[in-house]
Write a protein of this length. Structure first.
Length: 491
């Protein structure tokens, strides 16, 4: 059932089986990933606040060598399965007991691998340090590129390439080298170039860098596109989604509007780039294929657009796929990979009789379904993408009489919400949202996931993004800081 809802990767559902539980899939321990990260919050495995189930499992419920080593020390001799409370109380102590052991026999202790970002149960994965010795640092500082520290000239060239899509001219390089040795002046010059490039078509134009960052969130499909360049089966125009994404990620604008915006945006020109909000009067005049029927007060940015509902909700009463995509795209938690699970008591209720209460499904659906309820009043393809308080009454014949009783209230990240608009506010103000924004730009510009050596810089960036006195959710402010990190400016 879960795989049918979220895709092939979902068949690892049982991965949340506790390392202290017995083999049956019913003995799931959803709190395990979060509890692990309370013990090792700064480890690379816990960048999102939840460790992956592969930390302790191969194909669940089978344990890997680290998981078995840990299971042997969690209340040995006690009857299985353990209660969540007993498991959580025993886990920290068991983790400490195995820190100095070597689960995969590769010569590195478990704690060294954990903190070094490698896999504790794979001899083919070893911790790699990017830190330089004193001798290496001395040699690098005298070389053409300083590979042990921030290299201003390298960063100057990289900013041109990443943000403007071109190399600096010879004249620009000669001019920069005059100030390269002065840290204050060289970094100010890099900031000047960045400001120019942030307004370029390469960066925020149609099909530009920021536009393409939205692909995984919007999931465009030309076949069902409406509007300009419509496909053969037009259902919705995703240009609105792309324009809103670029708008919220540029200029002096709040990136939380990805989830909070109750307006739409149009592209006025691309040379120079110009975006502006669309008036409600103009929206009302659109033809049928490009209308945005959700009323203003029920909108929640990117997750209530016509396109988002068309491709995710479609004909579904309880829009689990819709909720799963929102959780994955904007908070960075992929439920199909057992990420971000925070079970809600007495869930899932299974209002639509889809079998989600089965033991092998309930562990994930106890987090997913309480989010999906918030989408139940938003129509997909059936219902014309509008908002309808009585929407679920139309599903009684297909999904049974209980479906109409599903609430529109929700729970996300352990917090209750009255409806989707309130749920979106909770999500937009969460640490997970800030982490995801920084993570996306980090992957794009640094070219890799943050390593254990990057954690201080990475954590500082997402914390500053949230701070009203620092970045105040402005991506341009974030980017000015990101290009000055060692991760970005070290060749």
């Amino acid at each position: 059932m879960f795989a049918a809802i979220l895709g092939a990767g979902a068949m690892s559902l049982a991965g949340l089986l506790a390392i202290g539980a017995s083999a049956p899939a019913a003995d799931a321990k959803p709190p395990a990933p979060e509890a692990f990260c309370k013990t090792y919050p700064s480890s690379q495995a816990c960048q999102t606040g939840f460790a992956d189930c592969t930390t302790c499992h191969t194909i669940a419920p089978a344990r890997n060598s680290f998981g078995q080593m840990l299971a042997d020390r969690i209340q040995p001799g006690a009857a299985r399965p353990l209660s969540d409370q007993d498991f959580l109380s025993a886990l920290p102590g068991a983790l400490k007991q195995v820190e100095e052991l070597d689960a995969d026999g590769d010569g590195f202790s478990n704690i060294v691998e954990l903190l070094g970002g490698s896999l504790m149960a794979s001899a083919e994965s070893a911790p790699v340090s990017t830190a330089c010795t004193a001798e290496q640092a001395k040699h690098a500082s005298a070389s053409g590129w300083n590979t042990c520290a921030y290299d201003a000239e390298y960063a100057f060239k990289k900013v041109h390439m990443d943000f403007c899509g071109r190399s600096p001219t010879r004249a620009e390089m000669i001019d920069f080298r005059k100030v390269r040795s002065d840290e204050t002046k060289s970094r100010a010059r890099i900031g000047e170039v960045l400001n120019q490039c942030l307004a370029s078509a390469h960066w925020i134009g149609k099909d530009g860098v920021v536009w393409n960052m939205a692909n995984a969130k919007i999931r465009p499909a030309h076949t069902v596109k409406s509007g300009n360049d419509a496909g053969p089966v037009p259902l919705g125009d995703y240009d609105d989604d792309y324009n809103l994404f670029v708008w919220a990620n540029s200029g002096d604008r709040d990136v939380r509007d990805l989830l909070l915006a109750q307006y739409f945006v149009k592209r006025v020109s691309d040379n120079p780039v110009a975006l502006e909000k669309i008036s409600e009067e103009e929206l009302a005049k659109r033809d049928r294929g490009t209308k945005q029927p959700v009323p203003v007060e029920k909108r929640a940015g990117m997750i209530t657009t016509r396109w988002f509902s068309a491709v995710h909700t479609m004909f579904t009463a309880i829009p689990r796929t819709t909720a799963a995509q929102a959780y994955r795209a904007y908070l960075g938690f992929d439920i199909a990979k057992m990420q971000g699970l925070q079970p809600v008591p007495h869930e899932p209720v299974d209002y639509d009789a889809k079998g989600v209460g089965a033991p092998q499904c309930a562990a994930c659906h106890s987090t997913l379904d309480p989010m999906a309820y918030a989408f139940t009043r938003y129509n997909g393809i059936s219902g014309g993408y509008s908002y309808d308080e009585k929407r679920l009454e139309g599903y009684v014949k297909v999904d049974g009489p209980r479906v109409k009783d599903a609430p529109k209230s929700a729970v996300i990240l352990g917090q209750p919400a009255a409806d989707l608009v309130e749920m979106a506010k909770i999500a937009a103000n969460s640490d997970a949202f800030a982490r995801k924004v920084v993570y996306d730009y980090w992957k794009l510009l640094v070219g890799r996931e943050p390593t254990i050596q990057d954690q201080a810089e990475y954590n500082r960036l997402w914390q500053q993004l949230k701070a009203p006195t620092e970045f105040n959710y402005r991506v341009d402010n974030l980017l000015h800081a990101l290009v000055l990190t060692n991760a970005y400016g070290r060749p």
